[in-house]
Every structure is written in structure tokens, then in C-alpha cells.
Design a protein around this ligand. Structure first.
Ligand code: PLP
Length: 368
């Protein structure tokens, strides 16, 4: 007897659309018969990880038959001294996405509300709806989060406010004074999740360090990742810093071995090589300057970005431009799902990749 599994699914799950990842390089090569494809679509670190990471992975190979350390002891020790926080405040996740999801699973249920900004990271709506909670979307201000409107939208049902700082896909960020003014207005039982996936790239003296604010705001949770500046996106590892009580709750719902042994070893090694982080930040800065210059030259608008990506206004439907770039072997990110159909998001790549993108974009725009 056949069964309508869709009808059996949780109502929140039925309204979801699967997350669209950037098109893999290999897939495009197969589809279009291209050999030389570059991908500037997922905000990865073009330099890759520190060489120390590669050595650390080799050390794990003899131990592959064993379960990893479910307590992430070594990584927590290392993070604790690096961040100057107690280990009890740390939770390690399979990518920072897992932390976002664990927070949702601990704190959300039907009837409760989550507040996000328009154009904010797509995972927040996904996890909110999956748990049957209500999503409240605040219209963006200059593509960024309007913190006054966010504070004004808090109701007795609000349980989480997500703030991506900087935000993906807009690259916008909130400054410390604005954040403090906002946090002062938020009731203690509303969690503010400050998603700092790109924090290492930010070059603004007014950018707040979320972790330094934790003592003052117990309802604050900071999430960070090894996927971006540390170059470990494939290994899926991130962490949150929160009050120990919140970390304890997250620990109750996570899988016992949510982080594999290679990721744990790699993260420890990556943290130990801050020189590599500085090199990646510097390379990003130079690449960003080139992209900005190219936008000026091509007469294209863009959203000033604090991250390792730039969102460019094509001034028209960006879908045909995206497709034409694909045909030239350049994968960027269309962001229609973020209500930005005229924009394309491009990740800052290696110098030769940036050149390739700029040349391809110039060709495509010239042919329109
Ligand atoms: C704003 C933001 N938060 C979180 C993530 C999740 O990163 P990961 O799960 O790889 O740590 C991303 C990834 O693109 C992001 O852009």
C-alpha cells in the first residue's frame, strides 16, 4: 500500500525548500565539457588551510578505527586559551551550521518566534521553520540589519534573534555601539545569536568582538567557524561560545561524536597557525580591492563588504549573467533566494582567479 509521506512530515518541514549549495566544479566541467573551471561561490579560503593542518591529518590515520574524542578535549583547551574563555562555555559543532541548528532544537517550538533580517543567512529561516516556530523578517536597511526595528519587533513569544556579523550574502556588519544599544533593549529570555563566521576578515575598529560581550549579556551566543579564514570548509567544524548553562543544553542534543577525528586535529593545528590566518586576511584585502576597482571600472554598484566576498549589483536580472559566466567556467553565486535577483555574490579568490572573474564579467557585460 502506498503512503503519502509528505503528509506525514512535520508541517514546518513541508514548507521548506532544500538548501541550494554552489554548483560543484566537477559537475560544471562534466556538463559543459570545460576543463578549467573556477569556483568563487561558497566563500571558502582560496589559500586553503595551513600546511600544519595537512600534517595533523596524517597523524589521525592510524586511529581511524576508533571513535573520536566526543568531548573535543584538546580543541576546547586550545580554544579556551586562544579566546580566553572557560572550556565550559564552548560547544563544538559539525560546522557552525550545526550550532545554529542545536540552538534551534533546544529553544524553539511552535508558537515561539525568531527574528531575522531580510537578506540574512538562509539557514536561519530553514531551522526555524523546521521546528515549527514563526519567522519574523525585518526589512533590511541599506541591505544590513536594522537593529532598532529588530528590537521593536520583539514580543513575549520571541525566543531567538539571529544577527550575522558580517552577514552573508550582503557582507554588511553592525558596529559595536549599535549592537550594545540593541542588546541593552533585549529582554534576558531572548537569545541573541551573533553569527561571526567571517569575523577574522573584518577591518573596522568599530566592529564588536562578540565574545568580549558575553560576560555582560548572558543571553548572547557567539558562533564561529573553521570553514572560512581557516580553510577547513570540507571538514565541517565550528564552535559556539555561550554561558555554560546554554552550552550544557546544546551538549544534551548533539550527537555524541558529532565531530570527526580529522576535523578535531585539523582545527587544533589551524588555530596554532595564526600567521596563515594573517596571510589569508591580507590576500583577501588585496583581492577585495581589485574587485572593487573592477566594479568601479565597469560602472557596477556593490555592497561594501567586511567579509571574503562581494555582492555586486548587475543593474538587471543577474540570472543570464550568472549563466553566461558559467559557460566561461566561472562559478559565482546568484542570490535570488535572498530576494536579490539583480545581484551576484562573488568570493574573493586567488589573484589569477580574480582576474579570470573580472575578465569573464567584462566579456559577458560587453556582449549583452
Ligand atoms: C553567515 C554564515 N554563518 C554560518 C555559516 C556556516 O558555516 P559552516 O557551517 O561551514 O561553519 C556560513 C557559511 O557560509 C555563513 O555564511
Amino acid at each position: 500500500m502506498s503512503c503519502d509521506f509528505f503528509e506525514l512530515a512535520n508541517p514546518g518541514v513541508r514548507v521548506l525548500q532544500p538548501y541550494q549549495t554552489g554548483q560543484p566544479v566537477e559537475e560544471l566541467q562534466r556538463e559543459l565539457g570545460l576543463t578549467d573551471v573556477i569556483k568563487l561561490a561558497s566563500n571558502e579560503n582560496p589559500l586553503g588551510p595551513s600546511p600544519a593542518v595537512i600534517n595533523s591529518l596524517a597523524d589521525v590515520i592510524p586511529e581511524l578505527a576508533r571513535y573520536p574524542d566526543g568531548s573535543a578535549y584538546h580543541l576546547k583547551q586550545k580554544l579556551s586559551s586562544f579566546l580566553n574563555v572557560d572550556t565550559a562555555m564552548l560547544t563544538i559543532g559539525n560546522g557552525s551550521n550545526e550550532l545554529l541548528e542545536l540552538l534551534a532544537r533546544v529553544f524553539l517550538r511552535p508558537g515561539l518566534e525568531v527574528i531575522v533580517s531580510q537578506h540574512s543567512f538562509v539557514v536561519y529561516p530553514l531551522i526555524t521553520r523546521a521546528l515549527g516556530a514563526d519567522l519574523v523578517v525585518i526589512p533590511a536597511k541599506d541591505y544590513g540589519q536594522d537593529l532598532d526595528a529588530t528590537a521593536a519587533a520583539i514580543t513575549p513569544n520571541t525566543r531567538i534573534v539571529f544577527i550575522a556579523n558580517p552577514n552573508n550574502p550582503t557582507g554588511t556588519w553592525v558596529e559595536e555601539l549599535d549592537l550594545l544599544r540593541f542588546l541593552d533593549k533585549v529582554p534576558g529570555e531572548v537569545l541573541v545569536v551573533l553569527d561571526e563566521a567571517y569575523c577574522e576578515y573584518v577591518d573596522d575598529p568599530d566592529y564588536p568582538d562578540g565574545i568580549a560581550l558575553l560576560a555582560r549579556y548572558p543571553n548572547l551566543v557567539v558562533t564561529r567557524t573553521f570553514s572560512k579564514v581557516y580553510g577547513l570548509a570540507a571538514l565541517r567544524i565550528g564552535y559556539s561560545v555561550s554561558q555554560p548553562e546554554i552550552a550544557d543544553l546544546l551538549n544534551r542534543v548533539r550527537q555524541p561524536f558529532n565531530i570527526n577525528a580529522m576535523s578535531l586535529a585539523a582545527a587544533v593545528a589551524a588555530l596554532g597557525d595564526q600567521e596563515h590566518v594573517r596571510a589569508a586576511v591580507e590576500a583577501n584585502k588585496q583581492g577585495m580591492e581589485r574587485l572593487l576597482f573592477a566594479c568601479e571600472t565597469l560602472g557596477l554598484g556593490y555592497i561594501p563588504s567586511a567579509g571574503n566576498f562581494l555582492t555586486i549589483d548587475m543593474g538587471q536580472d543577474a540570472a543570464p549573467i550568472y549563466e553566461a559566466l558559467l559557460k566561461l567556467g566561472v562559478i559565482v553565486r546568484p542570490i535570488g533566494v535572498y530576494e536579490m535577483p539583480n545581484h551576484l555574490r562573488v568570493t574573493v579568490g586567488l589573484p589569477e582567479e580574480n582576474t579570470r572573474f573580472i575578465d569573464a564579467l567584462t566579456t559577458v557585460l560587453g556582449g549583452l
